[in-house]
Ligand binder design. Structure first.
Ligand SMILES: *Cc1c(COP(=O)(O)O)cnc(C)c1O
Length: 348
């Protein structure tokens, strides 16, 4: 028996994804443009994103962990997959049999990789963020001698802002490039690509902008939304004057109000932040403000202006990433990665 479709869905736009990758590739000048597909491609579906971007010409992909590499399954020759979080002892057996490369972040990672027999790897150097990566001093020893370094990388802490750290990290990374031999060098995430081709080196690693996030104003007007959120109307009802809606009875109708109860809630990443008019759905372009509190699986919207919205209809939830980030105080990254497992994900 076919299981029924979920009453909520994400529509994912292949053309927009590919157009975003092409814009980022072009903004990176001569650098190859890769793709961060960690966290299941920020919730869109890593396998589906890799297939689409590979078909467009993308060759370099990044996941966080070996579990994510395993979940991707097999991939065709000619693609490269890097595992950003290094190689723990427990990862070694899988890593040895995998075509993915570890990104070595610590002295321990380097030792484990050598002890496991080595082979092609990437190396992350910390140039000031103090997150993952070797300290530049560590690389002035014999630590890296003889390693087959495919990509030497570092990560920008403040690329989404005009911050003095950007130029400082660029300067440090240039010095490292002169001192450590690698096939390619890579510094820029999405926001870093927007800082200009000086930051691109041989390979860029955008994530959020591929998926519709606007990391800096330079990307505005070029990056297209990839994800549309829609929920089905489960019930339409009339709330009489003085009637309340939802938990806590935070909404009380000043006049008789028509509402639609939608199959979406905070368990789907549609957080309570969107309660009480902060969030909106939309039908035929008309905004339908959220009424009362968002609950775990359900959200009510005002459809008084829309007599035709009926049970079974699909309505779109306003989820433009940069606008919704401003409205909610959440980041564009959180907005995407919050979207849960209950959606049907439809690629068009
Ligand atoms: C997540 C990540 C990226 C992609 O960053 P965006 O800001 O989403 O473009 C690139 N490099 C590293 C090391 C990352 O962890």
């Amino acid at each position: 028996m076919i299981s029924p479709d979920a009453p909520l869905r994400l529509t994912l736009d292949t053309e927009a994804l590919v157009a975003n990758w092409r814009w980022l590739a072009q903004a990176g000048g001569r650098a190859a443009c890769g793709a961060a597909v960690k966290a299941d491609a920020y919730g869109l579906g890593a396998r589906q994103v890799v297939e689409r971007l590979a078909a467009a010409g993308c060759r370099d992909f990044f996941v966080a962990t070996w579990a994510e590499a395993a979940a991707l399954g097999d991939w065709p020759d000619g693609l490269s997959l890097s595992v950003l979080h290094g190689v723990r002892e427990a990862d070694v057996p899988f890593a040895q049999g995998s075509r993915a490369r570890p990104v070595l972040n610590s002295i321990g990672d380097v030792r484990r990789w050598r002890a496991a027999g080595g082979g092609p790897c990437d190396v992350m150097i910390d140039t000031g963020m103090n997150r993952l990566g070797l300290a530049p001093e560590d690389t002035r020893t014999a630590l890296l001698d003889g390693l087959e370094i495919r990509t030497l990388m570092s990560h920008l802490a403040c690329a989404d802002e005009d911050h003095a750290m950007n130029e400082a990290q660029l300067f440090t990374f240039r010095g490292l490039k002169g001192a450590i031999a690698a096939t390619r060098y890579s510094l820029a995430n999405s926001a870093g690509v927007c800082l200009g081709a000086r930051y691109a080196f041989g390979l860029t690693r955008p994530g959020i902008a591929l998926y519709g996030g606007i990391p800096r104003p330079e990307a505005d007007g070029h990056i297209r939304q990839v994800v549309r959120v829609e929920a089905q109307v489960l019930q339409r009802r009339r709330v009489p004057q003085g009637g309340s809606v939802g938990y806590g009875a935070t909404f009380v109708a000043e006049r008789a109000t028509e509402i639609a109860v939608l199959n979406i809630g905070y368990a789907d990443g549609y957080l309570r932040i969107f309660s009480g008019g902060t969030g909106r759905a939309r039908a035929g372009g008309v905004p339908l403000p959220v009424i009362g509190r968002v609950s775990m699986d359900l959200t009510a919207v005002d459809v008084s202006a829309m007599p035709d919205v009926a049970e079974g209809d699909w309505v779109e939830i306003d989820y433009n990433l940069s606008e919704t980030a401003r409205l909610s105080g959440l980041t564009q990254y959180e907005l995407l990665t919050l979207l849960g497992r209950r959606y049907q994900r439809r690629w068009v």
